[in-house]
Design a protein around this ligand. Structure first.
Ligand code: KG4
Ligand code: ZN
Length: 336
């Protein structure tokens, strides 16, 4: 079989990442996370693109070095074209174009969301299990919440999605209300381990079909705490772990309940999760639980492939390479 070596670049938000894949095998995956945003409680787009500019050359260098390959072995450059922050995308897209042109190799544009889902096909060895089509994937990140039915690598049908906030956004906002720091997802996950998930009940909205809505949960959490703090100023501090465990259970419970219903209706017997929120320990164990209960095969990504990374862009790029699906040098990034 022909060996195809792809350098891939991801810069859609606040992680600068580069990876090298040989066919579907990962040779390297380097991620530089930007710490600068923590003090602002969220990603500052201007600072993100500036940090990408500083990081991109050393990150790509490290990816090539860690892979143990020479530049001349690279067959194509894959890059995230969108969606994401325009200024951030611009850095990765421009770099990929110049790199590809300098080496005289083709470019492959990748959609960030497809990349998250296709991360399940990255193999570390011959034994690495990969999903069989069709399968259902819950894509949950800071910007997206979708239940997708995959019939092939690039045939994804949206079975349901959020009508307002993304699940990760709701978790991050809950953390912000409690002044826990940014990004809130991993902090809530950690604190929740010490708390009682049944301590508080936050109402989940009734949304038709397979769709989700998270903005109401966030608002009821905010109002609930506002009332408690009025009576007891250090309320959050004293009940932090229970609050984290309860809001996490509310959001994850909602995600999993709708997912289970959608998968049952689809008749599909393989399920997966992808995106930053798939790093959540409760979501991971809940997926396992519904898998066992329904006799479904479950695919949970390794932590390094949950949040933004270039390896997932590389695997999506590899499948496009096999189809001869190359991008023109004039292609602009897209935010939405
Ligand atoms: O996929 P990602 O890195 O970026 C986007 O494409 O949005 O996802 C980031 C999101 C953030 O909302 C972050 O709080 C959430 O993933 N996240 C988590 C955990 N780790 C990251 N949420 C819950 N539990 C975690 N352990
Ligand atoms: Zn992402």
């Amino acid at each position: 079989m022909k060996q195809t070596t792809i350098l891939s670049i991801e810069s859609s938000c606040d992680d600068t990442s580069a990876a090298v894949l040989r066919n579907d095998r990962i040779l390297s995956n380097v991620i530089a996370s930007q710490k600068v945003h923590e003090q602002y409680g969220g990603v500052v787009p201007e600072l993100a693109s500036r940090a990408h500019q500083q990081n991109i050359v050393p990150v790509v260098d490290a990816a090539i070095r860690n892979a143990g390959i020479r530049r001349s072995e690279i067959d194509a450059v894959a890059f995230t074209r969108g969606p994401g922050l325009l200024g951030s995308l611009m850095v990765g897209v421009s770099f990929a174009k110049s790199f590809g042109q300098a080496l005289g190799i083709p470019l492959i544009e990748v959609n960030h969301l497809q990349a998250h889902v296709l991360s399940h096909f990255i193999r570390e060895s011959d034994e690495s299990p990969v999903p069989q089509f069709p399968f259902v994937c819950l894509l949950v990140s800071g910007g997206h919440t979708q239940i997708l039915l995959l019939r092939s690598h690039f045939d994804m049908e949206v079975l349901g999605q959020t009508i307002d906030d993304a699940a990760g956004e709701a978790i991050d906002k809950a953390a912000k209300i409690m002044d826990l720091g940014y990004p809130g997802g991993p902090i809530i996950d950690r604190l929740a381990k010490e708390g009682n998930p049944d301590a508080y009940r936050f109402a989940v909205p009734h949304i038709a079909g397979n769709d989700y809505s998270f903005s109401g949960i966030k608002t009821s959490f905010l109002y609930f705490l506002r009332d408690r703090i009025a009576e007891e100023p250090d309320y959050i501090e004293r009940h932090k772990a229970d609050l984290c465990a309860s809001i996490q259970q509310c959001i994850v419970g909602f995600l999993v309940k709708k997912l289970e219903k959608a998968v049952r209706a689809s008749g599909v017997r393989q399920i997966a999760i992808a995106g930053g929120v798939s790093a959540n320990s409760l979501l991971r164990s809940e997926l396992q639980r519904i898998g066992e209960k329904n006799h479904w095969k479950v695919f949970i990504p390794k932590f390094q492939f949950c949040t933004d990374n270039a390896a997932m862009v590389g695997i999506a790029g590899y499948f496009k390479y096999l189809r001869g699906d190359f991008a023109d040098i004039s292609l602009p990034p897209y935010a939405r």
